[in-house]
Design a protein around this ligand. Sequence first.
Ligand SMILES: [Zn+2]
Length: 263
Amino acid sequence: MRRALLTTVLLLLPLTASAQNPPPKQVTNQPTAQDAVHAPKLVEPQLHVSRSGNAVRPRVALTFDACMGQADERILSTLVRERIPATIFVTARWLKKNPQSVAIFLNNLDLFELENHGQNHVPAVDVPVSIYGIAAAGSPEAVRQEVAGGADAMLAAGLAPPRWFRGSTAKYDPSAIRQIREMGYRIAGYSLNGDGGSLLGATVTEKRIAAAKDGDVVLAHINQPTHAAGEGVARALLALKRRGVEFVRLSDVDGMGDDNTTQ
Ligand SMILES: [Zn+2]
C-alpha cells in the first residue's frame, strides 16, 4: 500500500512540479484585485419624468449643463425664440464668465429653471479617484464645498436657490449621494445622453435628441459654442417642437431617479 502510494507520488511529481512553477510574475504598478475591493462603486443614475401618456404629446425634460467656458448661442437663442422651457445646470465658474447669458435667463424665468452643477466642476465623489481624467472632489468635505459653493454662486448672481444638483461627469458614489440628499437636493440623473459630452457630430446629436420618448430627461451641453454637437441640438429642438412634445422643467413634474437620488 505504502509502496503503491510512493509510486503514484513519484509518477505525479514532474507534472505537479511544473504546475507549481508558472512563469515568474511581473511586478507592475497596475491596479490589482486587492485595489478593486477598495475602489468606490460609482453609479450614474437614471432620471425620468412622469409620462404624459399621450402618444401625440409626449413629455420631455430638456436639461443642459453649463460646465465652464462660454454659452452656446445657437441653443440659447433657439430656446428663447421658440419659447422652449429647459433646466440649465450652471457652475460657479460658468456664471462668473457669462453674465450676459445669466441676464437672458433672468429675463426669461418663465422658460428657464436654473440648477446647481457645482462650484469648480469636480465630480461629486468623496474618495480620491479620477473620472475621465478629472480628479474627483475626494472627500466628504470637498463634496460639500462643491455643492454649497455652486449654490452660493447662484444666489450671488441673483438666481433662485437651487433644488436639484448634478455633479460633473454625472457619476457619484453612494455615500456622496446620501450626503447631497441630506443637504436638501434631489440629484439629477438623465435618461437620454443627447450629445455625448458635446463630442458627437451634429447629425447624430440631432437624431438622438429628436428621438426622445415620453418621460425622457435629455442631457446635453450649452457651453461649447465651437462644437458641432450644438448645431444638432438646435435642430433637434425644432424637430421636437414640430412633433408636439410637451417640454417640462425638472421642478414642473414628478421625477423618478434610481440609486436613491430622488426618493
Ligand atoms: Zn458638466
